[in-house]
Design a binder for this molecule. Sequence first.
Ligand SMILES: C[S@@+](CC[C@H](N)C(=O)[O-])C[C@H]1O[C@@H](n2cnc3c(N)ncnc32)[C@H](O)[C@@H]1O
Length: 284
Amino acid sequence: MPPETLPVIAAQTVQPGEFKKIQSLTYEVAGIDLREGKEALVGARLNKRIRELGLKDVSSYLSLVEADRTGVELIALIDALTTNFTSFLREPQHFEFLRSVILPALSARATMRIWSAGCSTGEEPYSILFHLAQALGEKQLKEVEILATDISTRALSVASSGIYAASRMKELPEAWRKRFFQRGVGEQEGMVRVREEWRSRIHFRRLNLMEDFSSVAVANVIFCRNVMIYFDKPTQQKLVRRFAERLEPGGWLLIGHSEGLMGMEHDLSYVMPAVYRKASGRKG
Ligand SMILES: C[S@@+](CC[C@H](N)C(=O)[O-])C[C@H]1O[C@@H](n2cnc3c(N)ncnc32)[C@H](O)[C@@H]1O
């Protein structure tokens, strides 16, 4: 077949040496443990970026990543390889626990801090905020700080814009849709946007969990759900310990239901599936 009639290649071929380089870059930078056998997936994920840049293959793309001293292309590489799947009210047991256990336990506090670590496109921190808004009065709500962080600039830009396809609200009660969202009109038909008065209550920030986060204010609750699943055990263990340091005594760590802290050494106690708690420090 003459070259001009060759079909368009849907994914990039990733040679073993290239895959090894990508594996070590993603592990060193983001803690992501890309297992053998993911070559085709990596090729498919990088294809779009390689085309956007007008490059011909993975090898020339990796040369560009290495030559880019700003680190911007490395972030784009990590962005292309991370999975941002999320949804409103995902794993609803956690929101029920927030409403029925955590909020009553913290009700006497003057302030409350919640950190959504690995917030992706924002559905998780907005779900937290909506529950708080339903449960607390305005005066108390003003004293709540919600920090939402992710390594992915692409996911964070969606999160801070608060713009979603209307179909993504299907899990939310009708009254919440009205209270928290405005509907797009004209060209924005079919889209919704979290109202500015709610969006502005969440502080979105890029944060790589592999880097020092000791500047993050100590929180009462940390949500880190479906993020550690991408890390190997030693990386997970270190992260859990660092999270425990960023928790107030008596604070909670919520992880994904498919994740677990079994076999890890840490100072948190098991409360129920995917919920752990730091000792309150009170005697008796
Ligand atoms: C599957 S999403 C989970 C979103 C949300 N927490 C949930 O449960 O629906 C995983 C997120 O972890 C983020 N992530 C992966 N590695 C990270 C790292 N080293 N630091 C911060 N975020 C990371 C990804 O960018 C992605 O948005």
